[in-house]
Ligand binder design. Structure first.
Ligand SMILES: Nc1ncnc2c1ncn2[C@@H]1O[C@H](COP(=O)(O)OP(=O)(O)OP(=O)(O)O)[C@@H](O)[C@H]1O
Ligand SMILES: [Mg+2]
Length: 387
């Protein structure tokens, strides 16, 4: 649906325009305003996709409506309707940012063309903004709790060094986010960050995945292939869920870290690697070492710097900021309207037991944005955020 507002004081012209437009397509939804002031008030309250605006009108003329709207909603295209002898003003409005103008009496083809072009352009602009925001928003780290402030400071200090970092913390606390920041703020940020989810790779494949293989080294290896360590050369490798790696894979990773050398499966030739290693786990590696499931020597190689990301329950003071951030970013991404969270709703969310941490909070906010009322209340939280 494209919402089109016609601001025109001459009732006859307003009606003709309205008819032409709504007859043209079922996806055009037309509203009318009888003067500039009313039109501007409607623009303040509601989002339109396009405005057709007369120039000469009582109370507020078209130029003023255009200028004022641009200050609050710069993305809405304006097509000016110019009366006899107003051509110069019409041209002037295009310098002010109007998309196009049509003359009275309106020519049908010219009008519909201008409308289609303006709507196409509006969609492009919105889409572009959405994409740009998405890129920027992807990796923000929100929070002003002591814990988050300390982590950010730590990242600033550690990132530019070559030190290996082990990130610990429960599910969904933001370990991957910390890894991305470490890479982004490092001197290797122009090279790639290669992520390996060690838990997702079957143990018999992990060696070839990490170190590559040569053709014929095992069934199915029908050509030479570089592994993740080689691909990450010059950059960073992120060994996610490192606590889930098999003991035999651990032995091989240990060698790579000790000697900065690897060899592909099926070939003894050493390949030198220049890779910064960041690892993460939600397991208690000290305990895993006691149980004989994780190599102590590998632990010491990985954990030169330790960053622990605390659970959300231990930093509930961050919840209001996170709600605000997710409400904004999710509504942008999904093209739905942002919602206000009542104070009591936020407080109730702070009382929850967030076992799934930030990931769970994000899901709950998304659910509330989709299912809740325009203003999210305690009732919405009880209805849609219960677990
Ligand atoms: N401080 C934060 N500010 C904003 N978003 C965050 C923050 N921390 C985490 N997130 C978001 O929460 C989600 C989960 O974070 P992430 O994947 O980094 O967690 P994780 O600790 O790696 O989880 P898992 O142990 O399940 O792999 C992601 O969408 C991430 O962008
Ligand atoms: Mg993760």
């Amino acid at each position: 649906m494209s919402k089109i507002l016609i601001i025109e004081d001459e009732a006859a012209i307003r009606r003709v325009l309205g008819k032409i437009i709504s007859n043209e397509s079922e996806s055009f939804e037309v509203e009318e305003a009888e003067d500039g002031l009313v039109g501007f008030q409607m623009l303040e309250k509601k989002d339109y996709d396009l405005v057709l605006c007369d120039i000469k009108m009582p109370k507020m003329d078209g130029v003023e409506v255009l200028e004022k709207t641009q200050k609050i909603k710069p993305d809405i295209p304006f097509i000016m309707i110019s009366g006899h002898g107003e051509l110069e003003t019409a041209v002037q409005t295009m310098r002010l940012g109007a998309f196009d103008y049509i003359s009275k009496p309106p020519d049908l083809n010219r009008l519909l063309n201008a409308i289609r072009n303006a709507l196409d352009k509006k969609q492009l602009v919105v889409e572009n903004k959405r994409l740009k925001k998405k890129v920027n928003l992807n990796y923000q780290m929100i929070g002003d709790s002591d814990a988050i402030v300390a982590i950010k400071k730590m990242i600033d200090k550690v990132a530019p060094t070559e030190a290996r970092v082990l990130i610990t913390g429960n599910n969904g606390t933001g370990k991957e986010l910390v890894a991305h920041w470490l890479h982004q703020k490092s001197n290797r940020s122009n090279a790639t960050l290669v992520e390996v989810n060690c838990a997702a790779i079957p143990s018999e494949l992990i060696e070839s995945e990490l170190f590559g293989h040569v053709k014929g080294s095992f069934t199915g290896a029908n050509k030479d292939r570089a592994g993740k360590f080689e691909t990450a050369s010059g950059g960073t490798i992120f060994l996610d869920e490192v606590g889930d790696m098999s003991l035999s894979a651990q032995a091989k990773v240990l060698r790579a870290l000790q000697e900065n050398k690897i060899s592909r499966v099926g070939n003894d030739r050493d390949i030198k690697i220049d890779v910064r290693v960041i690892a993460a786990t939600n397991k208690d590696l000290k305990k895993e070492i006691e149980l004989g499931k994780f190599r102590e020597d590998l632990y010491h190689r990985l954990a030169v710097i330790l960053i622990h990301v605390p659970s959300l329950n231990d930093r509930i003071e961050d919840i209001p900021l996170l709600i605000d951030y997710f409400s904004k970013s999710i509504s942008e991404q999904q093209g739905i309207s942002q919602k206000i969270f009542q104070h009591s709703a936020i407080e109730l969310l702070q009382e929850y037991d967030w076992t799934g941490n930030i990931r769970e909070l994000r899901n709950v906010i998304e659910r509330l944005l989709i299912l809740g009322e325009d203003e999210i209340s305690e009732t919405d939280v009880r209805l849609f955020a219960s677990k």
